[in-house]
Design a protein around this ligand. Sequence first.
Ligand SMILES: Nc1ncnc2c1ncn2[C@@H]1O[C@H](COP(=O)(O)OP(=O)(O)O)[C@@H](O)[C@H]1O
Ligand SMILES: [Mg+2]
Length: 248
Amino acid sequence: MPSGIQIRNLCFSYTPDVPVLKNVTLDINPGERFGLIGPSGAGKSTLLLHLNGILTGSGEVKIGDTPVDKKSLAEIRKKVGMVFQNPDDQLFNPTVEEDIAFGPLNFGFSRELVASRVKDALAAMNLAGFEKSVSHHLSLGERKRVALATVLAISPEVIAFDEPFSSLDPSMVLQLISLIGGLDATIVIVSQSFLPLISCCDRLAVLKEGKIIAVGPKDEIVRDEEMMKASGMDLSLYRNICREYFSK
Ligand SMILES: Nc1ncnc2c1ncn2[C@@H]1O[C@H](COP(=O)(O)OP(=O)(O)O)[C@@H](O)[C@H]1O
Ligand SMILES: [Mg+2]
């Protein structure tokens, strides 16, 4: 059973006197697909980085029953996989295969288990045949798929994605939505790709200037036009395009 996430009164600043997260309290249910939206600079990536202890603010973050703190870091890194916005922050081995094997090897998995995890992760991301490719020679979209494969290979209970849909072509976006739907994990996604995001998530939270201003089922959030506009996200572009080109 995947873990849920509990965030209580989380505050964080990169520089003193410039608060970025302001008293964030949020519950994400085990196995849920949860989306975090908000304008650029709202603090979405910063919040995500607290889920596996890359950043630690004041307040509390718990993954299941485990508080994220210095003592639990090794355990938390096994439980929470982070797919970074920029795959180059994730890929540092010479080949795709070595990048994907890195996590499982690091966790001391047996040789057989590492091999099967690598194979499954490659297959899930449509990367069979890329084993010996040099990661930094691949296209950005391909590197994003390898980055996700490195996380799938450790089979974490929680997977946090920062802008997973950017630089993917439409059919890869569809494939990723379907892959995310099939993962046995709690999923947290930060994305400005609004349409793919709402199609994957059950609930959404809206972050504005470091504060959660709305949380709820996606239908409620997306239909709350006034709140969405006030948060700095005018969705009329999507609505108009859908009406003009995709409705009968
Ligand atoms: N490493 C950093 N050092 C200082 N300020 C940062 C750093 N990363 C982000 N910030 C600032 O924190 C705020 C929130 O950034 P971020 O979490 O990246 O927002 P979002 O992901 O919602 O676009 C922004 O004002 C940004 O400039
Ligand atoms: Mg961001």
